[in-house]
Design a binder for this molecule. Structure first.
Ligand code: ADP
Ligand code: MG
Length: 247
């Protein structure tokens, strides 16, 4: 498989509020290699969630090119996007989005049931993943009996259940205290490292920045910084606006 998992060029996205369209992504370029753990940071409203949603094929860009895992994402139909998401991408959210009535192992099995795995095999796989995040002893607990940090680790295990190549997480530590946030992120990092997964984490939690292989900074709908490319500034299409955004 090729080494570049995401290649985006000149992505734009606007939202329409009433009659007026507001441009939220203004020409995003990025390239992410297999196995990288990339943090996407930037002020509130800079377009982080929008960009992550586009990379996850939840939203479509208005213009630009986007290749994800060797697929031209802009050519996928809505059904094609849904199928691609289910098979290739794992999602993690700030508020976990677990089923409270289910146990940890049942929650991790959900994506596998959706892919029609036999129940016993799904359970076996879910238990393996819970072990990897250090929760094997809590596998049969309902998730409401777990701490917030443990619930997020269940969500990480679930995101990896279907063996996706790419994990996308939107502010995964925002509902956690410092210590459990760091512990949960360590678990995700180790898990992804061990399984050679690519991870993109949207965050503005500086407590976890040290866990990133690379930090991309978004400002006003553009990538204005790349921690591996500080001596090689990100190319901009419209220098005037870019300079302003970087200030
Ligand atoms: P971030 O995650 O960096 O805070 P977002 O991508 O959520 O930024 O939002 C970027 C901008 O787009 C914000 O100004 C936000 O208000 C606007 N926005 C986000 N989602 C929508 C939507 N569904 N409809 C209209 N405007 C939106
Ligand atoms: Mg956001």
């Amino acid at each position: 498989m090729q080494n570049i998992v995401i290649q985006a060029a000149d992505l734009t996205k606007s939202y329409r509020n009433g009659g007026e369209a507001s441009l939220v992504l203004r020409g995003v370029h990025l390239s992410v290699a297999r196995g990288e753990c990339v943090f996407l940071v930037g002020p509130s409203g800079s377009g982080k969630t929008t960009l992550l949603s586009i990379l996850g094929c939840v939203l479509s860009a208005d213009t630009g090119q986007l290749d994800i895992l060797g697929v031209d994402a802009r050519q996928l139909s809505a059904a094609g996007q849904a199928h691609f998401r289910r098979e290739r991408i794992g999602f993690v959210f700030q508020r976990f989005h677990l089923f409270n009535a289910l146990t940890a192992v049942e929650n991790v099995s959900v994506p596998l049931s959706l892919l029609n795995w036999p129940k016993a095999r799904a359970r076996e796989r879910a238990l393996e993943l819970l072990q990897l995040v250090g929760l094997e002893e809590r596998a049969s607990y309902r998730v409401t009996r777990l701490s917030m940090g443990q619930r997020q680790r269940v969500a990480f295990a679930r995101a990896l259940a279907a063996n996706p190549d790419l994990i996308l997480a939107d502010e995964p530590t925002a509902s956690l205290d410092s210590e459990s946030g760091l512990k949960a992120m360590h678990a995700l990092k180790d898990l992804c490292h061990e399984l050679q997964k690519t991870v993109i984490v949207v965050t503005h939690d500086p407590r976890i920045y040290s866990l990133a292989d690379r930090i991309l900074r978004l400002h006003d709908g553009r990538v204005v910084g790349d921690s591996r490319g500080l001596r090689r500034p990100v190319k901009r299409q419209e220098p005037g606006i870019g300079r302003q955004a970087a200030a």
